[in-house]
Design a binder for this molecule. Structure first.
Ligand code: 5GP
Ligand code: ZN
Length: 113
């Protein structure tokens, strides 16, 4: 997807503050952080939304595995953190390339929306 902002980050056409990378996943600091730690974790293949994931493929598992690494890299594993995947308009999705937010570094509010 040439016009997708996250695909451009993957291709290096837009810079990012990289936190973690492997063959399937890239993670980088969110440009508008909502918490002291706010990382966006994305698959390297373009998938628009959660609804477009084939649950039988490895994508979701790789995102979770990357989230475990990111939590340790950012030193929020023991204290705790939150992961969020927004889907479509009412879910607050703005970038239509599947991504998981990882938030931490402070006590997060109980409400989700
Ligand atoms: P969404 O609302 O789609 O779940 O979240 C998209 C997230 O991507 C937002 O938190 C937004 O701040 C972040 N974002 C959008 N464009 C960029 C960018 O160019 N660089 C980085 N690092 N984050 C971005
Ligand atoms: Zn994309």
């Amino acid at each position: 997807m040439t016009d997708c902002i996250f695909c451009k980050i993957i291709r290096g056409e837009i810079p990012c503050a990289k936190v973690y990378e492997d063959d399937a996943v890239l993670a980088f600091d969110d440009i508008h952080p909502m918490a002291p730690v706010h990382v966006v974790i994305i698959p390297k293949t373009h998938v628009a939304t959660l609804l477009d994931v084939d649950a039988k493929d490895a994508t979701v598992g790789r995102l979770i595995a990357a989230a475990q690494d990111v939590a340790r890299i950012k030193n929020v594993a023991a204290g705790g953190f939150r992961t969020v995947v927004n889907c479509n308009a009412d879910g607050g999705q703005v970038v239509f390339h599947l991504h998981m937010h990882l938030l931490g570094g402070r006590k997060l509010e109980d409400q989700l929306g």
